[in-house]
Structures are given as structure tokens and as C-alpha cells.
Design a protein around this ligand. Sequence first.
Ligand SMILES: [Zn+2]
Length: 413
Amino acid sequence: MRANSLLAGSALLAVLGSPALAQTGAAAAPADSADSTVTMLVSRLDLDKYKATIKGLTQFGDRRQGTDRNRAAVDWIEAQLKSYGCPTERLKYDYVTPQRGTTAGGRGGRGAGGGRGANQGNKRPGQGGSQIFGTAARTGVNNDPNLQPDEKLRALNSQPSTDGPREEVYCTKVGSRTPGEMYIIGAHMDGLGWGEAANDDGSGTALVIELARVFSGPDVQTDRTIRFALWNNEESGLYGARAYVEQRQALQGKESPAGSGKYPEPKWLGMIQHDMMMFDHGMPGPDGKVAADQRREADVNIEFQSSSKMAAESQRLAWTVKAANEKYATDYPAAVGPHMTNTDSTPFMDVVPSISLRENERGAQIGGGWDPHWHQPTDLFSTFSDADFRLGLNAAQSTLGAIAQLTGATLKK
Ligand SMILES: [Zn+2]
């Protein structure tokens, strides 16, 4: 009904004879049909499906890299992607735990707050070039099995990690007009801390799987290619994403076999990472405690890295996702910041426009202890409410909307 009255209004304006308005009306027609395609695609996401995918991931506990539960999770993810019609491949690499003092950057969970409680009026440097303002709480990685009270889950998480061969899975929606160019949509599937890694990073992994489902719909076509990647070994220092960049960067845009129209590694146009998508309960109070409920001001934080070689292009990509959030997200807004850090978009950021989406800014807010479940035994499916899950869903709506536009998605009639 509303659409009809708007149409009547613009028809009236056209009759009134403003050439500028008439032109605007004519130009709006194709844009409107593109918008309605994107709206239709976004509507194929839903909270119950998103939650069910997170729940499915939690059956493998914390999915720590180098364990049977991690390998079983890779198999499960691959089965989901295939069931949605998204053809999968695996990237293989070897992982050896670095000697102390020679670790690559990107370890999560280094103490930021040191247990400091009230330090209002203080400011100190955080990771990625950020500044941590206000009150902060302790952060770190739980390595104590006895802090997991659920005996079944403790047993599930008990196998230690061993060095050796590693695999990670990705699937690809091939573009129908320009298959040799692609966007990469990523999240890390491994976790830590003797919980279920439901938020870090079941929430990002499920988002990527859900986007693969929607874009693989039999009636969905995109001009350009989209790759959905579930990185392994993020928590040990971004090794899975680094291995991908090392092995595949030089293959970009090469048709193989020549004349086949096939591009095993299309040229990278952008990389969008999703890491911890659900919990935005605000800053710790003076007592170091974080509120029990999602704050009313909760938002999706889109970050680029201002010190990277592709800073200008990455910033542009960030604003594109922010605009898609305003257009297509249903419940929560998005904010853009310049301090992307400690996630799988980092190995890409000097090569291709790269951004991350999160529940909070990684340096200033996660680093300040805003998520008390981070790498803890309480990162469980049951910890989170629908208001939390919905923040992850809104991030999915934002990325889906942006990528549908950027890849020229259309629906076959
Ligand atoms: Zn993470």
C-alpha cells in the first residue's frame, strides 16, 4: 500500500512538470529493481537458520586447531556448503608451533586490562593503533580444563593440539559474466578456551555459511565470483589465511586451462572477514563487570587498517558495507573505524581492499575487556540471547546486501 501511494506521488510530481524530478524518476527505475533483488536475497536470511548453524558448529566444542574435533568441524562445514550447492575445495598447509618469542602477529587474548578495575579518565594504547578509553577488564585465554563445569564438554575439548598437516575449506559461487574477478567472504572456524567457541567464531563461521546458502540458491546469479572461506589456525596467529595468501596470490586472474573460461583463482577485489559477531553489552563498569543484556546502542563494527597499503580502497569498502547496513539491516546500525587488527583480513590488507566486521572494535573495545566470554569456558550457545544472535544476523544482512550489489546479483525468473 505504501509503495502505491509513493508511485502516485511521483506521478503527480512528474505531471507538475519538473524535468529534474522526471529524470530522477526515470533513473530510479533500474536501481529500484536492483534494490528489490537485494531485499529479496536479504530476506532469505533468518534468525532461526543462523542460530541452527551456530548450534551445529558447537557440537565440536572449541574446535581447537590440530585436533580431531577441529577436523570433524571442517568436514561438517564442507557438508553444509555442499548441501547448499556451493562446490568446495580444500587448502592444505603444515603448521608447526613457533618457538617462543618468534610468533607471528595476531594472537588473540594477550592481557589488556591486567585486572585493573576503575581507571576512569585513563587512556592507553590498544592493538592495531587504537586507544583504550575508560574502564577496562582483564582479558586472556583460558587454558584450565577445570574451569569448564560441563563434564561432557570438558571431555570433548580434552584432546591437545599436535603440529602437522592442516586443512581448511572454501566454496565458490562462480560469476556468470566476469568469473575471473571475486570477493572473498571469510571467518575463522577454529576456537579456544574450553567452551563451544559459539561467538568466537561460530557466529562468524555461521554467517559465512548462511551467505553461501543464499548466494547458492538455484535462482541466484552474480556477475562476479564470490568465495566463502572458513579459515583454520586463526587463534594460533592467522596461519590459515596466511597460507591462502602465500599459495594463491600469484594465481590471481589466470584462466586455466587457457580458453576454458575457468579461473581457479579469480582476481581479488576485496576481502571481508567476520570475527565475533554477537555480544555488544558495553564497557565494563567500575567493578570490571559487563552488563547482562545486549545494550540498546549495540552496533556492528566495520574496521579497516589505516596503516595498510590499501587503506583508501579498504575504507571505501567499509563505507559500502555501512551503506548496505543502513539500507538492508533490520535492527542494528554499523559504525566504521580505522584500526582493523588481529584477524584473517590482516594477511590480505596490503594486497586487496580488506575489512573486518565484529561485535565491537577489536583494539579499543575487545582489547578493553568488553566481551567477558572471549576465549573463556562461557563462550557457549546457551550464553547468548536472541538479542545477541540478532546482532550477528544484522552483520550478515549488511555484508550480504553489499556483496549482492558489488557482484551484480540478479534473480532468474
Ligand atoms: Zn576470533
